[in-house]
Write a protein of this length. Sequence first.
Lengths: 97, 1073
Amino acid sequence: MKAILIIFNQADTERIEYMLDEMGIRGFTFIENVQGRGSINGEPHRGTHTWPEMNSAVLTIVPDEVVDGVLANVRRLDKRNEEVGIRAFVWTIDQIA
Amino acid sequence: MSIYKSAVDKPITTLLIFVAVFIIGLFSLSKLPIDQFPEMDPPYISVMTTYAGANGSEIETNVTKLLENSLNSVEGLKTITSSSRDNLSLVSLEFKWGENLDERVNDVRSAIDMVYDNLPDGCSRPTIFKFNSSSIPIAQYAITANESYPGLNKILDDNVVTVLKQIDGIGTVSISGAPERYVYVELDPNKVDAYNLSVELIGNAISSNNLNLASGSVKMGKEQYQIRVQGEYVESSEIEDIVVSTTYDGRQIHVRDLATVRDTIKDVSLEEKINGKDGVRLIIMKQSGANTVQICNDVKDLLATIQPKLPPDIKITLIYDQSEEITHAIKGLGESIFYALIFVVFVVLFFLGRWRATIIIALTIPIALIVAFIYLLATGSSLNIISLSSLTIAIGMVVDDAIVVLENITRHIERGSSPRESAIYGTNEVWVSVIATTLVIVAVFVPLTMLPGMAGILFKELGWIITICVCTSTTVAISLTPMLCSKLLKAKDRIFNQTPSEEKKKKRITYENTVVRFLDKIDKLYAKSLYFCIRHKFASLLVLIAVFAVSMIPVIKGKVGTNFMPSSDEGRLSLTVELQRGTRVEETMKTARAIENAIYVSVPETQLISTSLGSSDESGISSIFSSTNNNKISMTVRCSKKNERERGIEEISEVIRQELAKIPEIIRYQVSTRGGGMGGSSLEVKIFGYDFDETNKLTAEFSSKMKEVEGARDININREEDRAELQIVFDKKKLARHGLTEATAAVYVRNRVNGMAAGYLKEDGEEYNIVVRMQEEYRNSITDMENMTIMSGTGSLIKLKEIAEIKEYWCPPSIERERRERCVTITITPYKVALSKLAASATEILNDMTIPQGITWELSGNYKDQKETFSNMITLALLILMLVYVVMASQFESFSKPFILMMSFPFALSGVVWALLITNKSLDMIGALGIILLIGIVIKNGIVLVDYINLMRDRGHALTDAVALACQSRIRPVLMTAITTILGMVPMALSKSEGSEMWVPLGIVVIGGMLVATLITLYLVPILYSIMARKGERDKNAKKRKNFYFMGLDDDIEQVNMNTFNAPTEKLTENKH
């Protein structure tokens, strides 16, 4: 099992939800209004007057074989317009209760 | 849940809420009455007291002074003026505008109660009058007749007045100048004396033979009868046969032996002529709060149906109908609103280039405006000049918020987000600043509602309407606009958008190839010039300051005059002409005809002249308000409509003035263009002083000097010339010897001259006066008076000269006072010259004159109102500037940055000065209002610039770059909002419709101020920002570093913060190790 944390511009909320639904990923935790700043470039999303945009995050725990598909979709979304901003981070889950 | 998210998520609810608002608004619009101005009751209360037999100066000392002293303490009183004339004292109290007059009436009543016991015996109880707007006529008709003229009063009373009175909301309907039927019994004094009779005996004989009386009832058998004495005259000829007395030899003396009985119309001393024909005026007033236009239309319709039923020689023509002016003015304003709307929509389309976006923005206009109608209905106001011009002003401003929101949403959509999410998140990013800019507007307009005085009443509605419109537009911008954007705007797919046929596209004439290129060129041009200016910022600043200084030169030199209210061209003139005192009515009539003819010849635009002259015998209450006398003529001239003639009403009035100056009989004349409404300005000079001779001398000297001043017209002095009077002084001892008292003797004289009322002749339910008096030829000279016979207490006949002496003397007809001092008022009307300039020359003249001790003068009238209003407005402007500063300082969270924006306001003043100079107008109350509006509009448009520079600075751009980048990217929104505001005003400034004089100056001032201020703002703001911000930002960074010094981080680290975000990222990664 892997945990995927997708952090994306709020403006992509619908697309992320659509992606999860289409890929048959049922379980996720949705965190609204998270702030962040990219490591390389792009505008910070801080919800301030200076940087008004905001992110949301989805944490989903999926079987290993799904991960690549999700990441591919995330990349596709990112490529569509890099200004908008989306990142996904994956790590291993040891146990689930 | 935020409002914009709910709106986007529930499009149907949102849409329907606004549809509901729209429908309620339309409903309100249909219910709104149409009027000229918002309801305002002029704050005047008058106290009228009669004291029979006292002359002006006696009234002054015994009645007026006492009342004045007591009334002076009434709360809220502004000025107290009084007029004391024979038998009558009239004290007028002017209160501050907006006072609760009902309460004030009570205060006045108790003040009178306090002093009532001290008033002389025989003095009537003071009567209190409250003036209100319903006492101003809303329409006047001229009714002319030939054969039917003698019976006109009854015909009109039965057929017209009673019918018109049934109209809903109509107030008084009165007929002025209608001939009244009178039965005169005119005696030959010689015959009366020969039969040893007196006027009183004959009068009593006539009245006591004219009687119907119930005399109880009689029972006869089974019946019961009422007994009546039925002796009333059926016809006037019966009077001739009345037996007055019987001689000792048994012969009866009839009235016909002593007198002639004339059943006729009342002797004219009041004459009404319409176009030189006999006629009367029908005056229509409305109840307060009623719909003027509706009533006027009803009256018009009813009169059209009545006309065929009247005798064919009776003609009804319109003299004046307020509803026409109102409807024209309202129509004119409606057109202005319509054109403004079209202009604004086109500007938006031009800048945005997309019709869907344009529709979304254009939709905010009707919604924001229609909410104003709901407000108007809720507060019981009306569609009037003020409310509609407020809407015109609002049009340019209500789209601004929607533009900002839409622009940001479009930015998101163009980045590839879905319309729905762009709408939500795009709005989320800007809604705070949208509300902040709205707050600036609110900070300008809400204080406007607190202005005192008449201006306050007018601007209250304006302040609220604009506040409501702008707040509604903000609400729409953050709810309906995002919702519509999410539905109407199309998502752009960036990847597929790049079509290969780029080459082809270039050749086609598209929006991108024309307007966008043009706008890009402007952007580039601006960027270039801006870089130049920032590089030479101090030099540029000096140039700008020099421009401002130069523009202020005309002001310092006094080239820009000030006025109170613009005079409006209602196509109507009122003339007051005064002839030599003591002129007979007949002579005055001749002069009136001469004036009429002169006007017909010199003013071909004339459509109708209504003349009235003389005065009614009876001193009814209405006669205190009209100043017609035997030697005075008042005329109303109606000209053709404003757009049907070339000469303005001012020019026409000047022509008439020249004509009047040619007629030698005329001593004084006044030609006023002020109609029933407001508008126009006049200067009043008041001279206070007790001594009549000295003040008269001073007044005469001043007015003759004033006549030479350029542009001074209609110099009018309110103190009338001394009037010749005949005084009968009875010898009391002789009176007593004949068993008479002064009171009875005085009544006898009155009976002989004025006539003795001897009952009524009744016909068809109407009563007509029967008056017994001497034939005219026996009461025409002092000798005739002296030879009048009076019956003594013992029944013997004596001549008046035996018991009294008749003297001729001169007395002032009335004594005018103000602030409890005697006062003369000189009124001067400006012609093609600003009121302020006229006031300056008047002051100069008065300063050069030697003014005796105890005499003071002051400038008053509209000039005083104007000064008060302007000083109020300056206070208001300061208050508004402070509020705007508060709003901006809290938005920028900076004490200094608001000043950058406020500095652009003086340039708006330069624009105003230039606009006024070019159009050759003077600054009036409405124009001053425009300046106040400019504070808000100019500053609001500049906020975007400063805000964006701040943003760029925060995002880490160097100062010059930040300034240049921000200005370059914001020039379009700034231009767009400015152009919508300016074009929204253009129809108003160019309007030629009737009554447009009111708001044209407003348009001119705002357009001039906006144009210059916008252009200057685009350079001034960046320059000032780069001068002011340089040091401040550097200090901020140093301070921050100091705070975190303890962390022992490298000096380089301070660069890793938000401000250096765009710096190469290697640094960030390095430091992480």
